[in-house]
Design a binder for this molecule. Structure first.
Ligand SMILES: [Zn+2]
Ligand SMILES: [Zn+2]
Length: 133
């Protein structure tokens, strides 16, 4: 099925024409910045299934894995949208909060629980990894 999404202000829109490989809650320190202190809800998707319309800005950094990450956001409203590793051309991450309708998108995994705060609700029903699996 094709899903659609975009940033809060509507300047950036996208379509996703594949099912996600995975849906993960991520407590890495970086995601806490983008998610106002909470875990990010990320879906891992095939890059060639995503079509983006609109102007993004981005921030580049090096992940602990040594991968070159680019995190993209709407330059107008600042909504965090995507992240991509230069070393992984096939996959990218979409922030689930940007979907128009996230029905059926359910996290199955929690990652980076090592950097979660003590109050973080870690659902025991989900597979948890202390760091990047
Ligand atoms: Zn926007
Ligand atoms: Zn993260």
């Amino acid at each position: 099925m094709t899903r659609t999404g975009g940033c809060r202000c509507g300047a950036v829109r996208y379509t996703l024409s594949a099912e996600p490989f995975a849906v993960r809650l991520c407590w890495c320190r970086d995601c806490q910045y983008w998610s106002t202190g909470n875990a990010a809800v990320n879906m891992l998707v095939p890059r060639d299934a995503v079509r983006v319309d609109g102007e993004l800005d981005g921030w580049d950094s090096m992940a602990e894995s040594g991968n070159h990450m680019r995190r993209s956001f709407c330059r107008r409203c600042g909504t965090p949208m995507f992240s991509e590793a230069r070393e992984n051309a096939e996959r990218m991450v979409i922030r689930v909060g940007t979907l128009d309708d996230a029905t059926g998108i359910v996290p199955t995994t929690i990652i980076w629980t090592d950097s979660a705060p003590a109050w973080a609700p870690i659902d025991p029903a989900l597979q948890a990894f202390p760091r990047q699996p």
